[in-house]
Design a protein around this ligand. Structure first.
Ligand code: TTP
Ligand code: MG
Length: 419
C-alpha cells in the first residue's frame, strides 16, 4: 500500500465511558447529556436516539433510557489514554475530542500490512480501556475518515487506492467531509446527489456556488486531500503587550488598546486551535510600578467577548492609582486544544440540579456562543485574506483616528504581536 493514514473514532464515546465505569449500564440504552443528548449508546440508538435530540423526546422514544449527566474530565482521561496508544504506532498523531489521525506515510516497510497494525491498536484499546474504536485506513485523511464512518461501531475498513473511486463515487454528497446539510441542499437543487455527480461541476462553478470551500470540495469529490497530519504544539502562553504612544489616563484609549490586545491574543489562539483556561493582565504605571494578575476560568474559551470581559475585570482590579499608564498587556495561559469539550461542561452546569428538571432552554447560552464563534471564524478569514486591519471590532473602534494603521493592524508603540 502507498502513503497512508489511519483514522480512529471512539464508539459512542461519552456513553461508552459511562458503561465502562458502571457495569449496570453495560448493554443498556444510555444517554449522556442534560437538556439534549450529547452521546447515545448503540443500544439507545436502536430506539432512534441521536446526538442533539432533546432528552424529553429521547425518553418518549425509549422509556427504559438511563440518563447520565456528563463527566468531562473523566472522558478526557480515556481519550488521552487511547491517543497515547496511537502515538506508540505513529510518529505524528493529530487528535480531536474522540478522533485521531495517525500518519503512516513512509512507514510501508515497518507496517507492510497496515490492517494488522490497526487491529492491534483496536485490541489494545479495548483491553486497556474497555472501549471500542472504529478504524479506517486510506491514502489520505479524508479517505481514512470516510472509511471508518462506513463500519461504525467497532469496525475496521481499509480502502485501497484501486478501490477509492468505487468507494466514494456513489455515496451521497453529505458523506463528503465539508458538505453540510445546506451545501447538500444547494447541490440537490442542481440535481447533484452523489459525490461522483459533483465532479460534473467545474472548479469555477463550485467556487461561484460555495465560495472558497468550493475549491476544496472540487478536490475532495475526486478523492484528493492534501491536508497533512500535524500534532498541534501548545505554547505556554500567548502574550500581547504594548506601551502607549504617550503615558495616558484616558479610559477610551486604554480600553481600546486592551480590547485590541485581547483580540490579537484570541485570534492567535483560534489560529492555533487552542482555548485558554487562564486570562492575565499586566499594567505598568509611568512611575515604574508594575502590577500583574491572572484569573482561572471555569470554562476554557477562545472567544473575544468572554476573554475581554475577564481582562477588563482584572484591569479594573489592578488599576487603582491615579497615575498615568505606560504599558498594558494581556495573556492567555493554561492553553489546551479546542477539542469541543466545552459543550458538555455547559450541560454539566445546567444538569447538576436534577435529571428530571425541565430546563427552559439549555441551548440559549450555547447558541450565542456558537453565533460568536461563527462570526469570529468569518472575521478571522477576512483578516487572513485582506489584512488584519480590514476589520475593526468592539472597543478598538476607540482607537480609530487616535492610532495609525497599516495592513497588519494598529501601529502600536512597542508591539509584541509577533506570534
Ligand atoms: P461522535 O464521535 O460524533 O459521537 P459518539 O462517539 O458518541 O458516537 P459514534 O462515534 O460511535 O457515532 O462525538 C464524540 C463525543 O462528542 C460524543 O460522545 C459526545 C460529544 N458530542 C456532544 O457533546 N454533542 C454533540 O452534538 C455530538 C455530535 C457529540
Ligand atoms: Mg465517536
Amino acid at each position: 500500500m502507498m502513503a497512508c493514514v489511519l483514522h480512529i473514532d471512539i464508539d459512542a464515546f461519552f456513553a461508552s465511558v459511562e458503561q465502562a465505569r458502571n457495569p449496570r449500564l453495560m448493554g443498556k440504552p444510555v444517554a449522556v447529556g442534560s437538556g439534549v443528548v450529547a452521546s447515545a449508546s448503540y443500544e439507545a440508538r436502536k430506539f432512534g436516539l441521536q446526538a442533539g435530540m432533546p432528552l424529553r423526546k429521547a425518553r418518549e422514544l425509549c422509556p427504559s433510557l438511563r440518563i447520565v449527566v456528563g463527566h468531562a474530565p473523566i472522558y478526557r482521561c480515556f481519550s488521552e489514554r487511547i491517543f497515547a496508544i496511537c502515538s506508540e504506532y505513529a510518529p505524528a498523531v493529530e487528535t480531536y475530542l474522540d478522533e485521531a489521525y495517525c500518519d503512516w506515510n513512509g512507514m510501508e516497510r515497518l507496517y507492510p500490512v497496515p490492517e494488522a497494525v490497526a487491529s492491534e491498536i483496536r485490541r489494545r484499546v479495548f483491553e486497556e480501556t474497555g472501549l471500542t474504536i472504529t478504524a479506517g485506513i486510506g491514502r489520505n485523511r479524508m479517505l481514512a475518515k470516510m472509511a471508518s464512518k462506513t463500519v461504525k461501531p467497532n469496525g475496521l475498513r481499509s480502502v485501497l487506492p484501486a478501490e477509492e473511486d468505487a468507494f466514494i463515487r456513489d455515496l451521497p454528497v453529505i458523506r463528503l467531509p465539508g458538505v453540510g446539510p445546506k451545501t447538500a441542499k444547494l447541490l440537490g437543487k442542481l440535481n447533484i446527489r452523489t459525490i461522483g455527480e459533483m465532479r460534473l461541476l467545474s472548479e469555477d462553478s463550485l467556487r461561484n456556488l460555495l465560495g472558497m470551500p468550493g475549491l476544496i470540495l472540487y478536490a475532495r469529490c475526486r478523492g484528493q486531500d492534501t491536508q497533512v497530519i500535524s500534532p498541534r504544539e501548545i505554547p505556554r502562553s500567548i502574550r500581547r503587550e504594548t506601551s502607549f504612544h504617550q503615558d495616558t489616563t484616558d479610559r477610551e484609549t486604554v480600553d481600546g488598546v486592551l480590547y485590541y490586545l485581547t483580540e490579537r491574543a484570541t485570534n492567535t489562539a483560534r489560529r492555533l486551535g487552542l482555548k485558554a483556561r487562564q486570562v492575565g493582565v499586566k499594567i505598568h504605571y509611568c512611575d515604574g510600578l508594575e502590577e500583574e494578575t491572572t484569573r482561572k476560568l471555569t470554562t476554557p474559551t477562545q472567544l473575544d467577548t468572554e476573554v475581554y470581559s475577564f481582562a477588563l475585570g482584572l484591569f479594573e482590579r489592578l488599576y487603582v492609582r491615579r497615575v498615568a499608564l505606560h504599558r498594558v498587556g494581556v495573556a492567555l495561559a493554561g492553553l489546551i486544544p479546542d477539542d469541543g469539550f466545552r459543550q458538555l461542561e455547559i450541560f454539566e452546569a445546567r444538569g447538576a440540579s436534577s435529571a428530571t428538571e425541565v430546563v427552559a432552554d439549555p441551548c440559549v447560552g450555547l447558541r450565542s456562543q456558537r453565533r460568536e464563534r461563527t462570526l469570529l471564524a468569518h472575521i478571522d478569514q477576512i483578516r487572513e485574506r485582506y489584512g488584519y486591519a480590514s476589520v475593526v471590532c468592539g472597543k478598538s473602534l476607540h482607537l480609530l483616528g487616535k492610532l495609525e494603521q497599516d495592513d497588519h493592524g494598529f501601529l502600536l508603540r512597542t508591539s509584541s504581536l509577533t506570534l
